[in-house]
Write a protein that binds this ligand. Structure first.
Ligand code: ARG
Ligand code: MN
Ligand code: MN
Length: 304
């Protein structure tokens, strides 16, 4: 399987500049070679074009979703690129940028995949907000909800009409910052979660066992893995928009990612929310590279 690296240089979904430099910063320190170390075929598709707009116009297209027009147009381009990659038998590895890119990724996966697929979302946040529940109006807090078909049609109809993933096929791990409205959505739609409290109580090993068991029971053959670096403990990632304490340690995160990729079912991946501008002493850069090495090694193992 060829790995296709796709950059998505956008900050409009989190409304805090800096994350748009994530893909190029990671290329600068050897992103492509890092994948080539363990994988024979790696191509860099470059960056998706993002329409630019002045921050004073963030509410120009919607009163409660910031930068709606630009988030949607960029994600439609991303969806097409992801769809093409999968249809060619390649694995799209989308590097953000903020997590609103989940909208485009999942629309692309949906368009390229006939059967149901699972989404594993590793994140401190649930990203299940709809316009009415969002405390911020930031679309990076909404991609999973919209992909599940919830909320405003302006997001749910992106690229392909309707629901991209069934709520029962969504698995969120690392949660520790969930908005009230998101709690209701998790309950109502039976979304599977492993919060940090669960992981601390039962251990990562057990969480992984439970996760893989549920997925194997579902019969699903395609997993989309969406990795938000703010799932790591705040002290490892000062350079991310919304760091949260009491998060994952490297060892736990690496074990989780390796086990998920080890199933051989992961066909598409996102890696998001690294902000080189707000980083301190390259801490977040180093954390990102260290995690990317794990992705590369795990993919190398199933690829060989
Ligand atoms: N992808 C992320 N980092 N999302 C953070 C979301 C924070 C908050 N729940 C919001 O909706 O505004
Ligand atoms: Mn996120
Ligand atoms: Mn997050």
């Amino acid at each position: 399987m060829k790995i296709e690296i796709i950059g998505f240089p956008m900050f409009y979904g989190c409304d805090r500049p800096g994350v748009e430099f994530g893909p190029d910063k990671l290329r600068e320190v050897g992103l492509v070679d890092l994948f080539k170390k363990n994988n024979e075929y790696v191509i860099d598709r470059g960056n998706i074009e993002v329409d630019q707009v002045d921050p004073s116009k963030k509410y120009a297209s919607h009163t409660s979703m910031k930068y709606l027009t630009e988030v949607v147009s960029g994600n439609e381009r991303l969806a097409e690129t992801v769809q093409n990659a999968i249809q060619e038998g390649n694995l799209p590895f989308v590097v953000g940028g903020d997590h609103s890119l989940g909208l485009g990724s999942l629309a692309g996966v949906k368009s390229a995949t006939e059967e149901d697929f699972a989404v594993i979302w590793i994140d401190a946040h649930a990203d299940l907000n709809i316009t009415e529940t969002s405390p911020s109006g930031n679309i990076h807090g909404m991609p999973l909800g919209a992909s599940a078909g919830l909320g405003d049609e302006l997001l749910t109809e992106l690229y392909v009409k309707g629901q991209k993933v069934k709520p029962e096929n969504i698995y969120i791990l690392g949660l520790r910052s969930v908005d009230e409205g998101e709690e209701v959505i998790i309950k109502e739609h039976g979304i599977h979660t492993w919060r940090m409290t669960d992981i601390r109580e039962r251990g990562m090993e057990k969480a992984i066992q439970e996760l893989l068991h549920k997925i194997s029971e579902s019969g699903i053959q395609h997993i989309h893995l969406s990795y938000d670096i703010d799932s790591l403990d705040a002290r490892h990632v000062p350079g991310t928009g919304t760091p949260v304490e009491d998060g994952l340690e490297f060892e736990e995160s690496k074990q989780l990612v390796s086990s998920i990729i080890g199933t051989g079912l992961v066909k598409s991946i996102d890696f998001v929310e690294f902000n080189p501008i707000t980083d301190r002493n390259n801490l977040t850069l180093n954390s990102s590279v260290s995690m990317l090495e794990t992705f590369s090694e795990a993919l190398g193992r199933i690829n060989s």
